[in-house]
Design a protein around this ligand. Sequence first.
Ligand SMILES: C[S@@+](CC[C@H](N)C(=O)[O-])C[C@H]1O[C@@H](n2cnc3c(N)ncnc32)[C@H](O)[C@@H]1O
Length: 299
Amino acid sequence: MPADGLSERTGLPHLGATARRRHQTGYIPGAASARGSCEVWGRGRAARYACPVTGEWDAPTYDRVANPQTGWGAAVLDRLALTGDERVLDAGCGSGRITEMLLARLPRGRVVALDASGPMLEEARRRLAGHADRVEFVQADLARPLPIGAPVDAVFSTATFHWVLDHDALFRNLAAAIRPGGRLVAQCGGAGNIASLKRVLAGVGDGWPGEYRFATAAETAERLEASGFTDVETWLSDEPTRFEPGEPFETFLETVCLRQHLARLPAEERGDFVKSVAARMPAAELDYVRLNIVARRAG
Ligand SMILES: C[S@@+](CC[C@H](N)C(=O)[O-])C[C@H]1O[C@@H](n2cnc3c(N)ncnc32)[C@H](O)[C@@H]1O
């Protein structure tokens, strides 16, 4: 894999034991699905969602507003003990803000920065340009076998797995990508995530709830074990998050939570939809619930 990695990407159509558990208790990835992808997603704010098929990410805006995700990501990264010379997969690297922190912990190591979204990878390439010799950028779908060459020492992932509907396939693919004994440390939306937003969405427009997999800790532990992981710990944590009301809250909703919803609407209706959802929320706050995962690849 060359350092810039993208020359080896799979191409836009690819955008195309006993478990130890804390609790006993897994878009159609729009940008990554077999349904296809859009190469043009607009000029200017009004056209940002011009790809009705994929609901492609507005990566520069995500990079700017993703402070909650970055804060959670830093805390999750603290759970991954590293010696500094490993090769680690960041599964769903997005715009690369947390990938940058991961790189700082791998002074002699490498990162595979994988994402389904072309715009997100472009943004990550810009941010990580100073580390190009230690980053392999890969555009791929986590729901399909991962084209990353040799197995990595660890997989790290934040704010991504809930976008992958098929968690059985996801964990199977991650297990195949990690060397025996390697670790998986991750966090994503879990059962109960953004419940108040989902209640509001049920009463707006056609009531479409969105496509996510907000799994429980118990079902996730079972899936991980069935996929070849051991020493599994899964747990949910509440992360209620306040925003500045008005434009900052609306921009966050528009960029992160309502991306798929907006992709289904005509361009001229998107602004009103965002405002209507924001106005119906009890407060400029999202009741985030995170699903935390720590596991080891058996073998
Ligand atoms: C909310 S962002 C999180 C980015 C970064 N990890 C962070 O915490 O800021 C979710 C990322 O997951 C990626 N993603 C969603 N579904 C995916 C899939 N099936 N395969 C690969 N990446 C996917 C999206 O393109 C997006 O960049």
